[in-house]
Write a new protein. Structure first.
Length: 127
């Protein structure tokens, strides 16, 4: 029997579409994509790409915590970038939030993201 729960955190941006912040099935949590929205104002954070990347990881962390986990419990991370020239910055910022052993990861260059964000990330967490 599947044990399914919808995860929500007030410390992460509310969903801006027809989705949940995360869905927990048994001990696996499927994290929806997070863009660098401030959870209070629902606006993109001010600053450069690094500031946006930090906010994305903060938002993911808030949803992980609401599910009873932490970023270190993410086993698969997907990062979407509108400019692959920011790849080294993603690695630098990610290193401030994740420690070895790192999750499996994909970094994908795409044309556009919601709200003109420069970065989005989603993942799978096992707790």
């Amino acid at each position: 029997m599947t044990n399914k729960a919808i995860i929500h955190s007030d410390n992460a941006p509310a969903a801006i579409g027809t989705y949940s912040q995360a869905v927990k099935v048994n001990n696996t949590v499927y994290l929806s994509g997070q863009i660098p929205l401030d959870p209070v104002t629902m606006q993109l954070v001010d600053g450069d790409f690094a500031a946006q990347a930090h906010q994305v990881f903060k938002n993911l962390q808030a949803v992980c915590q609401a599910a009873g986990g932490d970023l270190r419990d993410i086993v698969k991370l997907n990062i979407y970038l509108t400019d692959l020239a920011n790849f080294p910055v993603v690695n630098e910022v990610m290193g401030q939030y994740f420690h070895e052993p790192y999750p499996a990861r994909a970094a994908i260059g795409i044309n556009q993201l919601p709200r003109a964000s420069l970065i989005e990330a989603d993942g799978v967490m096992v707790i």
